[in-house]
Write a protein that binds this ligand. Structure first.
Ligand SMILES: C[S@@+](CC[C@H](N)C(=O)[O-])C[C@H]1O[C@@H](n2cnc3c(N)ncnc32)[C@H](O)[C@@H]1O
Length: 213
């Protein structure tokens, strides 16, 4: 039965022109939690092959913008609302990430625009050892939260993938300290045997030292 559901998403992705079945995870997250809005600036981390990027482009309207980053080449292209960057998310300077969405502030002396939404479907290269993979995933989430302080606007939203395990409650605690509302969410399109889930959070509250910048 579970395998039937996975085949269903695989076939549906092909039929609807998405690069992968992962598209349906973001579709379900957004349908349920409403994290993508018209005109949003979105940072999509771990974007390859590019199906989340496709979904974001469908949902942010003509005035929205998206920066998509991955170690691997991203197949979604040919959109003036999209900038793709190949590289390690941790090694790309915040100013580089923000450049594409800059210049849209009302006044010249206004602070640089930040992202409205920070997405991460990043996953470590899996080893098959659940504990190692779990901590690899936790490290990626911590890096996303560190980077949020520099690139996400106060009040902003996030959805990020995490492999569940012993450090998950601590990660959730950090999210609760930094966002107003935080929920764990497991989309139907996630493989049944997978330990992945998504933390969906709204109302980013940058720590005071960062808010002053
Ligand atoms: C599950 S795939 C993402 C699927 C994508 N959301 C889609 O819908 O097509 C996970 C991705 O995370 C990327 N990734 C892992 N660590 C990364 C890092 N440090 N920087 C950038 N991308 C990373 C991997 O290269 C891989 O392509």
């Amino acid at each position: 039965m579970a395998r039937d559901i996975q085949d269903h998403y695989f076939k549906l992705a092909k039929k609807q022109g998405y690069h992968s079945r992962a598209a349906f995870k973001l579709i379900e997250i957004d349908d349920r939690k409403s994290i993508l809005h018209k005109g949003d600036a979105v940072l999509d981390c771990g974007a390859a092959p590019g199906s989340w990027t496709q979904v974001v482009l469908e949902r942010i309207g003509r005035r929205g913008r998206i920066v998509a980053v991955d170690l691997q080449p991203i197949m979604t292209a040919g959109e003036d609302r999209l900038q793709t960057m190949q590289g390690d998310f941790n090694l790309i300077e915040p100013s580089e990430l923000l450049e594409f969405i800059a210049g849209r502030s009302a006044a010249e002396d206004a602070p640089p625009r930040r992202f409205d939404v920070l997405l991460s479907d990043m996953a470590p290269s899996t080893t098959g050892d659940r504990l190692i993979d779990h901590y690899g995933s936790i490290r990626l989430c911590e890096a996303v939260l560190d980077r949020a302080r520099e690139v996400l606007r106060p009040g902003g939203r996030t959805a990020m993938k995490v492999f569940e395990g012993e450090a998950y409650p601590e990660l959730l605690q950090r999210c609760k300290a930094e966002f107003k509302t935080v929920k764990g969410f497991r989309p139907k399109a996630s493989r049944n045997e997978s330990i992945e889930m998504f933390i969906v959070a709204d109302g980013f509250r940058p720590p005071p030292t960062d808010a002053a910048h």
